[in-house]
Design a protein around this ligand. Structure first.
Ligand code: NAD
Ligand code: AKB
Length: 317
């Protein structure tokens, strides 16, 4: 039997991942934790505790007390917020990862998951169909922490045999929780504003193409990777995963098919430079080959679900 710990369960990914893991592994076996209190769906749906992953003593105590066998560690400061307090973000992102890797080595955790990001790439990376192995010179503190994190994951795998698995997520789009301080967040905010006020001021330019993924596909990919046969995995840093590529104008046009009066305006801020340093599309053929990555959602199907679900939240249907 697996006992699974999720760190950062109140965040954008954690809110969806916790629910799906509880369906598959049983609510009592999936321990959700975060610095802040999660939604009722998470706190009432199974075990939840406030836990700071930077507090290594409490973290180890928790893992031993609950006989944890797998960890998903989602705690991090994302790209936009990290640029506001670079050294603090670096310390949080690196300590959160290293505490987990070292604990996994010492305690003998079966498997751990840690997310990387398309932010590992930088302005010198080929921007279209970015390969798994390529030039990586990230220009944000978030990207630097993800790149260093990938190196640490591979190091702990090669040197100590820690079974650490990772995905370089593109921008993730979901409706359960609002996004947490990233550069791709416009693609979540736009749906809330479309439902609430039928207008949105975008912090990126209209033609800024980025790789994105609907959360349902991201959660499936994450669990598929964690359940894959270890012998089939050839990447121990982090797998490229592509999703769908679009820009704010294309997304706005898709929303207008459902809300014809929707209006978008553009006021680029500091996140424009971050977005321009990231790839526009990703080559994820190695993930397809190693663990059969498959996406089910495109721009049109994702837009429809996002609008329907957010409208339900605000009781506008
Ligand atoms: P989020 O900000 O929504 O959630 C992170 C959660 O971690 C928050 O609930 C926060 O309270 C918690 N947290 C922060 N510090 C903590 C600590 N010290 N101890 C315990 N919990 C702590 O972020 P997210 O979007 O869910 O992203 C999760 C992970 O996935 C991050 O590593 C992020 O870099 C990565 N990622 C996310 C995206 C995306 O588009 N959402 C894309 C690429 C990579
Ligand atoms: C961000 O924009 O910071 C995240 C990411 C792509 O890592 N969504």
């Amino acid at each position: 039997m697996e006992n699974i710990l999720i760190i950062g369960a109140a965040g954008q990914i954690g809110s969806d991942l916790t629910i799906e893991l509880r369906k598959r592994y049983g609510a009592a076996n999936v321990f959700a934790t975060d610095l802040k209190i999660a939604s009722k769906e998470i706190t009432k749906g199974g075990p939840f505790e406030v836990l700071d992953v930077l507090d290594d003593k409490r973290f180890i105590h928790f893992v031993i007390r609950h006989k944890i066998t797998q960890i998903y560690n989602l705690a991090a400061v994302l790209s936009g917020n990290a640029e506001k307090l670079p050294l603090q973000a670096w310390n949080i992102n690196m300590t959160a990862l290293l505490n987990m890797l070292d604990l996994a080595k010492e305690v003998g955790i079966h498997k751990v998951f840690w997310p990387s990001s398309i932010a590992v790439f930088g302005p010198t990376t080929p921007i279209k169909n970015t390969p798994q192995l390529t030039v990586m010179e990230p220009s944000t503190v978030y990207g630097i922490s993800k790149q260093a994190g990938e190196r640490w994951c591979e190091y702990y795998h090669n040197r100590y045999g820690v079974d650490v698995r990772s995905i370089r997520y593109p921008g993730l789009i979901s409706y359960k929780t609002e996004a947490g301080g990233g550069t791709t967040d416009y693609a979540v905010e736009i749906f809330y504003e479309a439902i609430k006020s039928k207008k949105y001021e975008c912090f990126l330019k209209e033609d800024t193409t980025l790789p994105m993924m609907f959360m349902h596909d991201a959660i499936k990919a994450t669990i598929d990777l964690m359940e894959a046969d270890a012998a089939k995995l050839s990447v121990h840093s982090s797998y490229n995963v592509g999703g769908i590529s679009f820009n704010p104008k294309e997304l706005a046009n898709e929303i207008k098919k459902h809300i014809p009066e929707f209006k978008i305006t553009y006021k680029p801020d500091f996140r424009q430079a971050i977005a321009e340093s990231w790839p526009q599309s990703i080559d994820d053929s190695i993930a397809c080959k190693d663990w059969n990555l498959k996406n089910a959602y495109n721009l049109s199907s994702m837009t429809k679900i996002m609008l329907d679900e957010i409208a339900k939240k605000f009781n506008t249907v």
